[in-house]
Write a protein that binds this ligand. Structure first.
Ligand code: DQA
Length: 145
């Protein structure tokens, strides 16, 4: 069975009430339910942390327990060399996800430290971005076997 870590970064615990005009009204718990319903038999570990170190620890732990990672690193996307290095170190296939289209927003959101170590990036489709990421990662993992 395919094992996927879906890792969410800072402030994403506030989804539902956080800037609904940007992020919609779907909560992170709703997104978790949607991912589990969409998982097609994959075993999903869903987590959120506001702390960069905790996210790095989760990526390290994934090396021996997961087949791939879906990550919405929130604002750390644009700042964290450490998350970039963690993902590069574990060498797991990774898909970068954003609810909003970061390229259509402020210039400081246009650069991603995750993108160079990801298979690809899905941004701008709200909660649906996560489901597209599951499909993309699933197809990648299937093509490898
Ligand atoms: C986000 C986009 C980031 O720029 C922002 O800091 C977030 C959420 C998104 O899902 O659209 O926290 O990752």
């Amino acid at each position: 069975m395919t094992r996927v870590l879906i890792l969410n970064g800072p402030n994403l615990n506030l989804l539902g009430t956080r800037q609904p005009e940007v992020y919609g009204t779907t909560t992170l718990s709703d997104i978790e339910d949607m991912c589990r319903a969409h998982s097609d038999g994959a075993e999903i570990t869903f987590m959120q942390s506001n702390h960069e170190g905790a996210m790095i620890d989760a990526i390290h732990a994934a090396k021996s327990t997961q087949d791939g990672i879906i990550i919405n690193a929130g604002a750390y996307t644009h700042t964290s060399v450490a998350l970039h290095d963690a993902l590069a170190s574990v060498e797991l296939p990774c898909v970068e996800v954003h609810l909003s289209n970061i390229h259509a927003r402020e210039a400081f959101r246009h650069h991603s430290y995750i993108a160079p170590v990801a298979l690809g990036q899905i941004a701008g489709f709200g909660a649906q971005s996560y489901l597209l990421a599951l499909d993309a990662l699933g197809a990648h993992l299937e093509a490898r076997v």
